[in-house]
Design a protein around this ligand. Structure first.
Ligand code: SAH
Length: 217
């Protein structure tokens, strides 16, 4: 993705601590103090400009939503949605997903969304893919038992890699579709990327999975 630097983005982010944190410390964060209501928290990693998470938060006030994004110039657009019509069940953090284990306690999140994650097509970069087993290990700690991982992408190579990686982990596949829009046309909350790809007639692939419970004895 081409990144355009947004002037004043950093300053803006630092001015609205009630909606967003620019994390540079990796100090642990207490989820209970971030949100007004104590209720399940769904995490989205790589929110981009925040269309998907904002709409979900608006439609589901009984769930708290935490959005993570690496780039200031992108996440500031999500902050602007919050400033226009604030939702108290949505909080944003500018940080890199690789640091999440330092930031949050185990069993913090009840669902994880990964939408149109960077494909990292070169084999030597495979560890950077957000569905690589090293990330799965991290998600397993962060998620409560029975939590679902929801993943959407237009990139078939990343999708097939992810299916293999999740099955090998092993995770349980609950849903796999290589043309998700043909099945759920009307109920889809799209992301920015998804809206664009849909217009172009591209197929969107989606999977939902769960970590397997440990077998005792
Ligand atoms: N989910 C949005 C954006 C997809 S592009 C949409 O579907 O429209 C992928 C996004 O993930 C980019 O904004 C990128 O900056 C972010 N991202 C990629 N790797 C990340 C990481 N390790 N930690 C946090 N954000 C990341």
């Amino acid at each position: 993705m081409r990144l355009r630097k947004v002037k004043g983005a950093k300053k803006k982010i630092n001015s609205y601590k009630e909606f967003i944190l620019d994390d540079q410390t990796n100090n642990p964060i207490d989820l209970e103090t971030l949100f007004k209501q104590n209720q399940p928290v769904y995490l989205e990693i790589g929110i981009g400009k925040g269309k998907f998470i904002y709409e979900h938060a608006k439609n589901n006030p009984h769930i708290n939503y935490l959005g993570i994004e690496k780039y200031t110039s992108v996440i500031v657009r999500a902050l602007e949605k919050q400033l226009e019509e604030p939702l108290d069940n949505l909080y944003l953090i500018r940080t890199d997903a690789k640091d999440l284990n330092d930031l949050f306690k185990q069993n913090s999140f009840s669902r994880l969304y990964l939408n149109f994650s960077d494909p990292w097509p070169k084999n030597r970069h495979r560890k950077r893919r957000l569905t690589h087993k090293n990330f799965l290990k991290m998600y397993e700690k962060l998620l409560v038992k029975e939590a679902e991982l929801h993943f959407k992408t237009d990139n078939i190579d990343l999708f097939e890699f992810s299916v293999e990686e999740l099955e090998a982990y092993p995770m349980n596949m609950l849903y796999i579709s290589r043309d998700y829009h043909s099945e759920y046309e009307n109920e889809i909350v799209t992301t920015e990327f998804e809206k664009r790809f849909k217009k172009q007639g591209k197929k969107i692939h989606k999977l939902t999975a769960k970590f397997k419970e440990e077998l005792n004895g």
